[in-house]
Design a protein around this ligand. Structure first.
Ligand code: TRP
Length: 332
């Protein structure tokens, strides 16, 4: 029998707000599928240190970290299969960031579009951490010598930077790090319910996304008030297409999905028919997740134990690698 260790997969999610369907379809669904496919050993982290690059008050941060942990467990992250932990619990992430800082050209970070966007959005808080964000992300991935990184396409530039850092390290000190590859989801990108030209994110207000924590009433209301067509045609950024994408993801009856898609293509779609069907389909999928979520909320001790065990597993790999890295570069 082969005892070959499976390659590591790493991904992370910030704790900036509640888990919404955009996060779920763009990332979490894929993580759960990969976790169950047995090809990789997944490592998934709630990246709290990335979260503080944008100002957030302590009580809210703490609550967000807990909520995100619970939401991920409720939607299918299985701590028996996935090494699941909160980033700051494993100090080696920051230690490796510093080492990487010393080989990362400033010019590479100046090119990052996410940095430019966030800097424009938060003019009063353009802090060094915001600028250094991609180096911490490179450290997240490379600390475990992870080979694959399942993320949304908007993160490709950051994964590319991780490859640049790996290459720089290897050129200077000899081959050590693999060059990690992104793994994109096949799911279409979910757009904002209120401004379908933008991706679904918590930046555009609570009406623009559906969170796992939303009540059935809220979900029905949000779908009801969702922006529909800009004027027909299946162009990107179209509200109608976005609702059909949602239906295709959440409705288990293919015939219903097909019928609405055909109506849409023929310009005969009635949103007054689609919207209640869609809301019902989403509610049905969310129901067992919300039940699990409620249970986990009542079992804080279990959640804490899961995170502690995950951090221990991550730390075992991290401490071994960081020791090797420090030896390679002459720190010890
Ligand atoms: N930057 C990622 C995002 O905003 C989150 C993240 C942090 C991440 N570290 C990571 C993703 C490492 C993949 C691997 O979505």
């Amino acid at each position: 029998m082969s005892t070959k260790i499976k390659p590591y997969l790493f991904s992370g999610i910030k704790a900036t707000g509640p888990l919404h369907l955009g996060n779920y379809l763009g990332a979490v669904k894929n993580w759960v599928a990969l976790q169950n496919s047995d090809n990789y050993q997944p490592i998934i982290s709630v990246v709290d240190l990335h979260t503080i690059t944008i100002a957030i008050n302590p009580a809210e941060l703490k609550q967000n970290i807990f909520n995100m942990t619970v939401d991920l467990l409720a939607t299918g992250i299985d701590p028996k299969k996935t090494i699941f932990f909160v980033q700051s619990a494993v100090k080696e992430h920051t230690e490796l960031t510093w080492i990487f800082n010393c080989i990362t050209p400033v010019i590479e970070l100046e090119r990052m579009t996410q940095y430019k966007d966030k800097a424009a959005q938060h003019k009063n808080n353009i802090n060094t951490g915001l600028f250094d964000y991609p180096v911490l992300m490179a450290a997240d991935i490379l600390l475990y010598k992870a080979e694959v990184v399942p993320v949304g396409e908007d993160q490709e530039q950051h994964v590319e930077l991780a490859r640049v850092v790996a290459r720089k390290f290897n050129q200077r000190w000899g081959a050590y790090f693999p060059e990690p590859k992104s793994l994109f989801t096949k799911t279409p990108r979910l757009m904002s319910l209120t401004e379908p030209a933008k991706k679904m994110s918590k930046d555009s207000g609570a009406k623009s996304y559906i969170a796992l924590s939303d009540s059935p009433d809220e979900i029905v209301k949000k779908i009801k008030s969702a922006t529909t067509d800009a004027g027909g045609g299946a162009q990107a950024g179209d509200g109608g297409k976005n609702l059909l994408d949602l239906l295709a993801q959440f409705c288990s009856d293919e015939k219903i999905v097909k019928r609405f898609q055909q109506d849409y293509e023929n310009g005969a779609l009635k949103y007054s028919e689609l919207k209640p069907v869609l809301a019902q389909a989403i509610l049905e999928v969310l129901k067992p997740w919300q039940a699990r979520r409620q249970k986990l909320f009542q079992d804080k001790k279990y959640v804490a134990e899961v995170l502690e065990q995950g951090a221990n597993q991550a730390r075992t790999i991290a401490t071994k690698n960081i020791l090797e890295i420090k030896k390679i570069i002459g720190l010890i």
